[in-house]
Design a protein around this ligand. Structure first.
Ligand code: NAG
Ligand code: NAG
Length: 325
């Protein structure tokens, strides 16, 4: 169901402590990112064709879409304006980190993510902009009324994982987007779903928010890629203490370590945070198949244009993003 978002490790040895390499929080958080705008994407204004108008850092700041509240980083959307269906779309944010990583433990402490709403498609993900090779890790992604988070990995080239030791509920093994003999090209790709898994209850949207959010951990090593979700009430003490040790944790819901070598594909990952509307993942068929949303408007675009207050919960609230190596 979910398409790729980009169209265009630590070896834990108990003898060694993890070193904090990146720490984005509070006032320095948004400085670590570039705000991409619609003008960066000639043609559609969005690489995934959404009904969205990504705004600059200065607009986001002046309109209050990006701000720090009590030490937490708020990243929201326009929740007050009605917009024209022939416009670029609803104002929103798309942040891309200036720094990237090839291995390590990425820990995102998130107090709130965009809540469930008709037409919404938020994501927290990483991607190699150089596509040398193509490698994308969709850590948090969902649409509309989805209840559990869907994690996806995308490669260009054969990469199929055996997820039998993952705790997630809906494993999908084939990561290869496919096309042009797997050098891939977005308009010929055949496997937009990618490989991945579905997270536990409370890992996405309103349920995530009702529990005070939680922590997503993504560990990238040459031989494995693992993703854990910890609800706020169950964050391991070593994470809180700043010395994360995966050996102490329960099984990840995504354990990509058998069948494909992650080190071959997942390199130079930049961190991306965005809130999209409609677009590639909510086409007319998806809209029509959600009876609750379909009853509100004839199309995703019509709904998103006319209902600003539906997006009052369409904001991220980050406590921090940290990378340990
Ligand atoms: C960002 O701010 C946090 C919280 O004040 C601080 O702990 C961290 O070291 C800062 N990071 C950088 C890169 O300045
Ligand atoms: C609506 O968005 C503004 C920023 O533009 C934000 O300050 C406000 O908290 C949002 N409303 C709600 C109910 O979250």
């Amino acid at each position: 169901m979910l398409s790729i978002l980009a169209i265009a490790a630590l070896g834990v040895n108990p003898c060694y402590a993890a070193t904090l390499k990146l720490h984005y929080a509070g006032a320095n958080f948004t400085n670590a990112f570039t705000f991409r705008t619609a003008a960066d994407y000639p043609g559609s204004g969005d690489p995934t064709n959404g009904f969205v108008n990504y705004v600059s850092s200065s607009v986001a700041t002046s309109k209050g879409y990006a701000k720090v509240i009590n030490g937490q980083v708020y990243l929201g959307v326009d929740n007050t304006s009605t917009v024209s269906t022939s416009s670029q779309g609803r104002n929103s944010i798309r942040l891309e980190s200036k720094e990237s990583f090839t291995n390590g433990i990425l820990i995102a402490d998130i107090a709130h993510m965009p809540g469930n709403a008709c037409g919404i498609w938020p994501a927290f993900w990483t991607y190699n902009f150089d596509e040398d090779p193509y490698g994308e890790i969709d850590i948090i992604e969902g649409t509309m009324h989805q209840s559990n988070n869907i994690v996806s990995l995308h490669t260009c080239g054969t990469c199929s994982f055996d997820f039998s030791s993952s705790s997630g509920t809906d494993p999908r093994s084939d990561c290869n987007l496919g096309g042009v003999s797997d050098g891939c090209s977005d308009d010929v790709a055949t496997n937009y779903d990618g490989c991945g898994n579905t997270g536990p209850s409370g890992s996405y949207g309103d349920k995530f928010n009702n529990n005070g959010g939680g922590v997503y951990v993504t560990q990238v090593q040459t031989t494995s890629l693992k993703i854990w979700f910890f609800p706020r009430s169950a964050i391991p003490a070593d994470i809180t203490a700043g010395n994360p040790n995966p050996a102490n944790w329960p099984a990840p819901f995504l354990d990509a370590s058998k069948g494909c070598n992650p080190g071959k594909y997942f390199k130079k990952q930049s961190i991306i945070i965005n809130t999209d509307f409609c677009g590639a993942n909510i086409d007319q068929d998806a809209w029509n198949s959600d009876s609750a949303c379909k009853s509100k408007a004839s199309s995703c675009k019509a709904y998103v244009a006319a209902n600003p207050s539906a997006f009052s919960q369409a904001y991220w609230l980050f406590n921090s993003i940290k990378l340990y190596q």
